[in-house]
Design a protein. Structure first.
Length: 169
């Protein structure tokens, strides 16, 4: 089973998805870290994760040109992270579930309170497609084509780091 530990959808436990370790590996790799597993029968398993330390002066995070950013995202943990990060970078961030005028619009692809197609129509009606970035954890080819046809040509992958998020603005 050791050779399959990183494979998605593989689990030895009933009613488990088998996505925990593959998802962890993805996040660790995105942060240029490493992960190792040591396991011994009757003794248990130890998972070690090493992530590089990052030091940055606070002034490097501040935007030279603050923007009015609309965040259309109802996933509370990610929305809270984006709101805090972009506000700390000097931007004015409004969190909403409908479209409003803004310098930059960040839209989560997997909205719970609204259909993404309705939001895309609102963006088009307000002529905001050019300043919109869709946030997605796993964009499908069909979804990317749908965004492109609606005039949105920018996509950012979740999970993102503080520096990746501030670079979008």
């Amino acid at each position: 089973m050791k050779e399959k530990v990183w494979a998605a959808f593989v689990s030895t436990k009933e009613n488990h998805t088998g996505l925990g370790l593959p998802a962890t590996l993805l996040v660790v790799n995105q942060h240029q870290g490493t992960i190792a597993i040591n396991s011994a029968p009757q003794k248990g398993t130890v998972v070690e994760i090493w992530l590089p330390a990052a030091f940055r002066p606070e002034s490097a995070l501040l935007s030279s040109t603050p923007k009015n950013i609309l965040l259309v995202d109802d996933d509370d943990p990610w929305a809270a992270f984006a709101l805090q990060t972009l506000t700390a970078a000097g931007h004015h961030v409004t969190r909403a579930t409908t479209v409003q005028p803004a310098d930059l619009v960040l839209v989560d692809e997997t909205l719970f309170s609204a259909q993404i197609d309705d939001v895309l129509a609102q963006l088009k009606a307000n002529n905001l497609q050019g300043q919109t970035i869709v946030l997605s954890a796993a964009p499908s080819v069909e979804a990317v084509n749908r965004f492109s046809k609606s005039g949105i040509h920018h996509l950012a992958l979740k999970p993102y780091t503080t520096s990746e998020l501030t670079a979008l603005a």
